[in-house]
Write a protein that binds this ligand. Structure first.
Ligand code: MTE
Ligand code: MO
Length: 422
C-alpha cells in the first residue's frame, strides 16, 4: 500500500503514513494513499492553532457538525405541544445508551419545572406509618444502578394500519435506554409498612396533569426504582426532575415523572384519561386489559429512511436495537430479502435484563435492492411477530403495543423507505 517509508520527518508525513495504515487494516472502502487528497496533503487550520481552553464550555455540548442529532416531533400527531411527544433519533446513535439530551419526551401537561428543595414524596394509604420524604431523605437510602429501556405503549402505533412514517425516529423513537440511579421502591414501602390488604399502589406526579397510575403491589415490591439520576447526572427536567418512578419492562405511561405521592390501596384506581391506556381494542371489539409488559421488539436503525446507504456497493453494516420487557435478548436475525433467508446478527455490548441490545450484521452489498427486516428472540423464547401475525389476533383498531417486524426497502441508490411485505 503506502510507499511512504523512512522516518516521518514532518507531522504531515506522520499523518499520511498513519492514516494509510488505518485504511489497510479496515480493508473496506479506503482510498489508496498518495491520491492527492487535500485532507491529507494540506495542513488543516486545527493543526496550526490552539483549540478552546478547558473552561470554554463548563457543560459540554456536541460539536456543530452533529447538529442533526436531535429529537424531532411530528406536528400533526397532537393538537397541543404541551400534551405531546417527540422522538429519539435512533438512526444517529450507537451502542445501547441514549444520551440524556436525546431521550424522547412525552408529557400530558408540559415538563414541570420543580425546585428540588420544595419537592416532597409522600407515602400514604394502607400503611402503618404515612411518611414524607425530602430529596435529601431519599438519598440516605441504599441505592442501585440499572440500565432499563422505557418504551411508550404507543410506539409504532401509527403503523397499525400500514406503513406510514418515513424514519425509524418516528416509527420507533418513543423509546430510550438509560442507566438509572435510585432507591428500590420496596425499601420506602417497607419503611412505611404496607398493610396486608395493600394490593395496589397509586403513583402520582406533581405536574399540572397530576398524572396518576395504578400498579400492582407485587411489581412495586419487585424491581421498581425511585430514581433521581440518569446516566450518572441528575434527571433532566423533561424526564421528571427531581425524581421519577422506574417500572422496568412495563409501558412508559406507568413511569410517573415528578413523583410526589405513592398511595397504597386494595384495588386499582380509575384514572381520568385512562381506560384507553390500559386496554387494547381487538379485532372482535373485545379489549385486552392490563397489557403492561412490553413484548420483544427490534428495529434496524441503519440503513433506514433518514440514514440511507450513501457509499455504494461493497462492505456494508446493518445495525439496530432489540429489547424485551420480559428479560434479555437471546438472538437477533436479519433478512435482506423480506424474510426468505434469515442470518444471525452479532450482538455487541452488554446484554442486560429489560435493556436495549445493539446488533450488527456485516455483508457485501451487490448494489441490488434490499428488503431489510430484523427479528428479536428474547430469553423466554418469544419470537417477535410479523405485523400481519399481530393483526390477525389484534385487528387494526388498537394504537398500542405494536411490536411487529419493521421492513425497510432499500433501492439501488441506497435510499430507504418504510414498506410492508406480506
Ligand atoms: N407526571 C407525569 N408522568 C408521566 C407522563 C406525564 O405526562 N406526566 N407521561 C407518561 C408517558 S405516557 C410516558 S410514555 C413516559 C415518557 O417518559 P419520558 O418523557 O422520560 O420519555 O412518561 C410517563 N410519565
Ligand atoms: Mo406513553
Amino acid at each position: 500500500m503506502t510507499k511512504n517509508s523512512g522516518p516521518a520527518a514532518t507531522r504531515r508525513g506522520f499523518l499520511k503514513a498513519g492514516l494509510a495504515a488505518g485504511g489497510a487494516l479496515a480493508g473496506a472502502g479506503a482510498a489508496q494513499a498518495g491520491s492527492g487528497d487535500p485532507a491529507i496533503t494540506e495542513i488543516q487550520p486545527w493543526n496550526q492553532e490552539n483549540g478552546d481552553p478547558v473552561d470554554a464550555y463548563p457543560y459540554g455540548m456536541p460539536i456543530e457538525y452533529e447538529k442533526n442529532v436531535k429529537r424531532r416531533t411530528v406536528y400533526w400527531l397532537t393538537a397541543d405541544p404541551v400534551s405531546s411527544i417527540n422522538f429519539t433519533p435512533l438512526h444517529e446513535l450507537d451502542g445501547i445508551i441514549t444520551p440524556n439530551g436525546l431521550c424522547f419526551e412525552r408529557h400530558h401537561s408540559g415538563a414541570a419545572h420543580i425546585d428540588p428543595a420544595s419537592h416532597r414524596l409522600m407515602i400514604n394509604g394502607l400503611v402503618d406509618k404515612p411518611l414524607v420524604f425530602t430529596m435529601e431523605d431519599l438519598k440516605r437510602f441504599p441505592r442501585e444502578n440499572h440500565v432499563y429501556f422505557l418504551e411508550c405503549a404507543a410506539n409504532s402505533g401509527m403503523e397499525w394500519r400500514g406503513a406510514q412514517l418515513n424514519g425509524c425516529q418516528f416509527t420507533h423513537g418513543m423509546i430510550h435506554n438509560v442507566m438509572y440511579t435510585g432507591v428500590p421502591l420496596r425499601l420506602l414501602l417497607e419503611e412505611a409498612g404496607v398493610r396486608t390488604n395493600g394490593k395496589w399502589i397509586l403513583a402520582e406526579g406533581a405536574d399540572a396533569a397530576g398524572m396518576t397510575r395504578s400498579i400492582p403491589i407485587e411489581k412495586a415490591l419487585d424491581d421498581c426504582l425511585v430514581a433521581f439520576k440518569m446516566n450518572g447526572e441528575a434527571l433532566r427536567k423533561e424526564q421528571g426532575y427531581p425524581v421519577r418512578l422506574v417500572v422496568p419492562g412495563w409501558e412508559g405511561n406507568m413511569w410517573v415523572k415528578w413523583l410526589r405521592r405513592i398511595e397504597v390501596g386494595d384495588k386499582p384506581w380509575h384514572h381520568r384519561e385512562e381506560t384507553s391506556k390500559y386496554t387494547d381494542l381487538m379485532a372482535d371489539g373485545r379489549a385486552r386489559r392490563f397489557t403492561w409488559v412490553m413484548d420483544a421488539k427490534s428495529v434496524i436503525t441503519n440503513p433506514s429512511p433518514q440514514a440511507p446507504l450513501t457509499h455504494g456497493k461493497g462492505p456494508t453494516i446493518i445495525t439496530g436495537m432489540a429489547w424485551s420487557g420480559r428479560g434479555t435478548i437471546k438472538r437477533v436475525d436479519v433478512t435482506l430479502d423480506g424474510g426468505k433467508n434469515w442470518h444471525q446478527a452479532r450482538i455487541s455490548g452488554p446484554s442486560l435484563d429489560k435493556s436495549m441490545h445493539r446488533f450488527y450484521f456485516e455483508f457485501d452489498w451487490d448494489g441490488r435492492p434490499l428488503l431489510l427486516q430484523s427479528r428479536a428472540i428474547d430469553s423466554t423464547g418469544y419470537v417477535q411477530p410479523t405485523k400481519d401475525e399481530l393483526r390477525k389476533f389484534r385487528g387494526v383498531n388498537s394504537i398500542y403495543h405494536n411490536n411487529g417486524i419493521q421492513t425497510w426497502y432499500v433501492n439501488e441508490k441506497g435510499e430507504a423507505e418504510n414498506v410492508e411485505v406480506s
